[in-house]
Every structure is written in structure tokens, then in C-alpha cells.
Design a protein around this ligand. Structure first.
Ligand SMILES: *Cc1c(COP(=O)(O)O)cnc(C)c1O
Length: 434
């Protein structure tokens, strides 16, 4: 861990616009001068227009329908905590609590999520021509996918703000995760998912007692159902992807962890399987926060959005030089978690990729399944198809020369291969009893 942690730099060089004209600060709001506050959340900001909004009431999107991003008093964070302090905290994502939105530690709803392993992959790296290849393995998070990060923080903050129940459309993993944390918090949960979503995720919702609907359609159709249901339930919140501000805060902790686990240093490249894009937007946000805090120096890593050719709206928009994506006609891939035809935050994903000198690349289902198998044979790691797509992308980017052989590369494996048992065919003889 980081004995060489950078100390907090002088504040003078940091440039940051201060919020102006926002509503009354919340109970532990902006006028609280203690530097020891659990959270140093200051306000929410419209991701399109930069307008400030009150963080201490339940919020959806901004008035122009854009995601709201949580902003913190980073000067106070830098004065309150150092990387060395963080090193001594328990190994969950809550170790970054100053830059998370939950104000009262008693409101934290946790199942122990975060600080997942960063695994060296020497044999597979050598095969791909990238010896310094690592995987951050989110398959070890409660519920088996990184969705638990967004759920832990989103549910905790919802409870703190008095929400009685959460409702959401999902491709599966997010629903199972939010259902689990809602149960842990003792609030209601309504989940709607495509009937084709991985079976295990509906069981995750059922076992925790969530109200579950299977929709004969795509995630957008499930979203319409949720919207109608929430309209009839006072005190419930629509927690659709990027329609509430705090899921991204949970997911951004992947960025903090990568940098902390590398000794407060960034790799050259991070690859992320991109659906709604919350993870890659969150990692980009975390990197920028850490740079502003003085916890990370130098260039940001190049961020790579990986999709499947069966549903690659971000890749298409990137290639065409567009700021937003157009939904594909017939989205389809075994990597179900990234089957998102139109992400509300598409423009933020494209910005994250372009601003860091990254790229966006699609791989076929055939390629990603081959990568899943090759990685498991080389390293014993059974990754989800979404994570496998990133390993296939590493191979392609190395072949094209976009990745150099001496670069340090981190792949996010966003979930456990165990969630998708049907992606692995088994051809074993059944023997008669001897
Ligand atoms: C949801 C999901 C993704 C995509 O995540 P976003 O942050 O929405 O882009 C990737 N992999 C898995 C396993 C998922 O469940």
C-alpha cells in the first residue's frame, strides 16, 4: 500500500467554480465548517448545463432531463483526509466516505461491498502481448456484480432522504443488487426486467422479497412500467440508471480503488464493458476528483468503452464523431448487462473516452466467449461475458497497435461468470456406475 502517498498539496493551484445561488443547504450542509464531516457533499450539478441543485431532497434528473452529478467540497476533503488515513480504514467502498453522499454513518446500508482484488494476469497478458495486464474482479462483490456498489450507496442515500421504496428497470444484475440492499435497509423494492434477462437475477430479486415483473421486451419497456408504478406510490423513487444521482457515486469507487491499489497511481489504460455507462462515467469522475484532491498526478488513464457488436451505440457514435448515440434496430448479445440501446448518459461516456484519449470498440459474441474460455484456461478466472468482452478488446487493440506492449492495462471484470452458467457448454461423458 502507499507509504509514498502524496501529501495534500497547497490549495492555491486548484481551480474550481463554487456553486452559486443554490437552495438552502441541508441539515449538515455547506455552512458546516467542521472538516471532519462524514460526507462533504455540497450540491448536485446538471451534467448538461452545470446548474446547481439541492442535494438534500430527493432528486431525479435535472430540469432539462440530464443526469445530476454529486459535487463535494474538495478543499475540505483534502483538508480532512489523506491517502494514508484511507489506508487504515476497513476494506469496503465506505473508506472513501468523504466523497460519498451519505451524511450520517448510521444510515450506511452495507453488505461489505468494495475493495475487490486487483489480480495480475501474467499468463494471459503474455498471450495477448500485454504482460502488465490486470483484472479488477467485481465478481466478488455481494450479489456477484459491481452493481452492488451503486445499490449500496444509492439505497443508503435514498433511506437517508426518507424514500419508502425504490423501483427500477434492469437487465438483471442491478435489480438483484438493489433488491438485496433494499431488503437490508427495510424499504420496498419493485424490479422490472426483460423476460430474457439472466435467470439467476430474477431469483436474486425473489429471494429478497422484491416485487418482480418480467417484461416481454427490452429494458426500455421495463422502464415505462416502472415509471407508471412510481407515479402511483407516494414516497417511492424511480432509481432507473442515471435518473437518480447516487448510483454513479457508488460505482465511481472502482476508480478510487484502482488508483489506491496501484499505490495512488493510475494505469495507462482502463477497459470497461459499457452498457448504461455509469461505471465508466463514475471512474472518469473519480479520476478527476482525485486529481483535484492532489491524490493522483499526471495524465489520466485512457478509458476504453467496450461493447458487443450486437449492441454498440457508443462505439458507433465514437467512430462517427458524434456527441450522442443512436439506438441500434435489433440489440442482441449474450453480454446481457451491456444490452443498452440508448443510454441517458451516452454523451458523458463519449466525453470520458475522448477527454482521456481513449477509444470505443465492439467485439462479437464469438470473440468474447472465446476470450472467456481462454482467460479461464490461462488463469483460472471465470469472468462474466461483459468482462470477457474487454479481454477480447485488449487482444484486438494490441494487434492494431493502439495498445503498446509495455503498457499497464486494467480490465474491469464487472461480474462473476457464475451468474451466466449457460455461456459455458459442457461436453463430458456420463459413465455408468462401476
Ligand atoms: C450493468 C452491467 C454492465 C454495464 O454497466 P454500466 O455501468 O451500466 O455501463 C457491465 N457488466 C455487467 C456484468 C453488468 O451487470
Amino acid at each position: 500500500m502507499p507509504p509514498s502517498s502524496p501529501s495534500v498539496p497547497a490549495r492555491a493551484h486548484r481551480r474550481r467554480a463554487r456553486p452559486v445561488g443554490r437552495g438552502a443547504p441541508g441539515p449538515a450542509g455547506a455552512h458546516d465548517r467542521r472538516v471532519t464531516a462524514y460526507s462533504l457533499l455540497s450540491h448536485l450539478e446538471c451534467s448538461r448545463e452545470g446548474t446547481p441543485h439541492d442535494a438534500d431532497v430527493v432528486q431525479g434528473t435535472s430540469p432539462v432531463g440530464a443526469p445530476l452529478l454529486a459535487r463535494y467540497d474538495l478543499d475540505r476533503v483534502a483538508a480532512a483526509v489523506t491517502p494514508a488515513d484511507i489506508a487504515g480504514r476497513p476494506p469496503t467502498l465506505w473508506r472513501y466516505h468523504e466523497v460519498l453522499p451519505v451524511r450520517d454513518p448510521a444510515r450506511v446500508v452495507s453488505l461489505g461491498e468494495g475493495m475487490t482484488p486487483m489480480v495480475d494476469l501474467p499468463r494471459h497478458g503474455a498471450r495477448l502481448g500485454v504482460p502488465a495486464l490486470r483484472m479488477k474482479d467485481e465478481g466478488l462483490v455481494p450479489t456477484g456484480s459491481f452493481k452492488a456498489r451503486g445499490a449500496a450507496v444509492g439505497v443508503s442515500r435514498a433511506v437517508e432522504l426518507g424514500v419508502a421504496g425504490i423501483a427500477m428497470p434492469t437487465n438483471g444484475n442491478a435489480g438483484a443488487a438493489w433488491a438485496a440492499y433494499a431488503a437490508r435497509a427495510g424499504i420496498g423494492a419493485l424490479v422490472a426486467m426483460p423476460v430474457d434477462a439472466p435467470q439467476i437475477t430474477r431469483r436474486g430479486c425473489a429471494v429478497t422479497g422484491a416485487e418482480l415483473y418480467l417484461v416481454d421486451g427490452l429494458i426500455g419497456d421495463a422502464g415505462a412500467l416502472v415509471k407508471a408504478a412510481v407515479g402511483e406510490r407516494p414516497g417511492w423513487q424511480d432509481t432507473s440508471t442515471l435518473r437518480e444521482p447516487y448510483r454513479i457515486e457508488g460505482k465511481k469507487t472502482m476508480g478510487y480503488e484502482i488508483v489506491e491499489q496501484l499505490g495512488w497511481r493510475a494505469p495507462d489504460v482502463i477497459l470497461y464493458p459499457t452498457g448504461g455507462g455509469v461505471g465508466i462515467i463514475g471512474i472518469h469522475k473519480a479520476l478527476r476528483e482525485m486529481r483535484e484532491l492532489g491524490w493522483l498526478r499526471g495524465e489520466l488513464p485512457r478509458l476504453v468503452a467496450v461493447q458487443a457488436t450486437g449492441c454498440a451505440p457508443i462505439v458507433d457514435a465514437f467512430a462517427a464523431g458524434l456527441a450522442e448515440s443512436t439506438p441500434p434496430a435489433d440489440p442482441r448479445t449474450v453480454a446481457f448487462g451491456i444490452t443498452v440501446p440508448k443510454a441517458l448518459g451516452d454523451f458523458l461516456v463519449l466525453d470520458a473516452v475522448r477527454a482521456t484519449g481513449g477509444t470505443a470498440i465492439a467485439v462479437t459474441d464469438e470473440e468474447l466467449l472465446a476470450a472467456q474460455s481462454a482467460l479461464a484456461r490461462d488463469e483460472g478466472a471465470w469472468v462474466c461475458p461483459e468482462g470477457a468482452a474487454c479481454f477480447a478488446a485488449v487482444g484486438r487493440l494490441r494487434e492494431s497497435g493502439w495498445l503498446a506492449g509495455d503498457e499497464e492495462v486494467v480490465v474491469l471484470n464487472t461480474g462473476a461468470g457464475l451468474l451466466y452458467p449457460d455461456t459455458v457448454p459442457v461436453d463430458a461423458p456420463v459413465l455408468p456406475r462401476p
